[in-house]
Design a protein around this ligand. Structure first.
Ligand code: AMP
Ligand code: ZN
Length: 149
């Protein structure tokens, strides 16, 4: 706890604490931290829960869905905790590009790149989202139907 007594840290707190913006930043950081503690996909990212990984880099993780809806059903997720696609912002441009690149790479590696596949992002209750950590379902290996259920 030595950092609490650090003069630079104290100066930083004193000069910022009165500011509303700073207060809300702290509140949102704490809320985000608490959500991450209970998030099943964050637990997969940090290894607390095991998964059948198919790809990993510093920003993205991909693993087999535990309840596959097709012969190939992979979840591609950002390692960073983002609740839904609605929380994605300007800073996440590179991350989204990495996720799409990863989907294409996995589709090619699994031999469905040319045949075709589907990418689904269920969002909020009416979208059928059950895990609130952004994830892209990469589904393939059979003919997809439309409209979806
Ligand atoms: P969604 O309903 O769009 O939020 O998708 C959540 C997906 O996560 C479902 O397809 C689940 O089968 C899958 N899922 C939940 N828990 C796990 C887990 N521990 N490992 C792999 N997939 C999971
Ligand atoms: Zn999470």
């Amino acid at each position: 706890m030595n950092w609490i007594h650090n003069p630079a840290f104290r100066r930083f707190l004193l000069s910022n604490f009165g500011k509303k913006q700073f207060f809300w930043k702290i509140v949102s950081f704490v809320l985000r931290f608490l959500k991450m503690q209970s998030c099943i996909f964050c637990k997969i990212v940090n290894g607390e829960i095991s998964s059948r990984k198919v790809y990993e880099d510093e920003k993205v993780l991909a693993f087999h869905d535990i309840n596959p809806q097709a012969p190939i059903h992979i979840l591609v997720i950002p390692k960073k905790h983002i609740m839904t696609i609605r929380e994605v912002n300007e800073d996440d441009k590179d991350l989204l590009f990495s996720i799409i690149k990863t989907c294409n790479k996995i589709a090619d590696d699994m031999g469905i790149g040319e045949k075709g596949f589907r990418i689904v992002v269920n969002t909020n209750p009416y979208g059928g989202q059950t895990v609130y950590h952004l994830h892209f379902h990469l589904i393939g290996g059979r003919q997809m139907r439309w409209p979806p259920g």
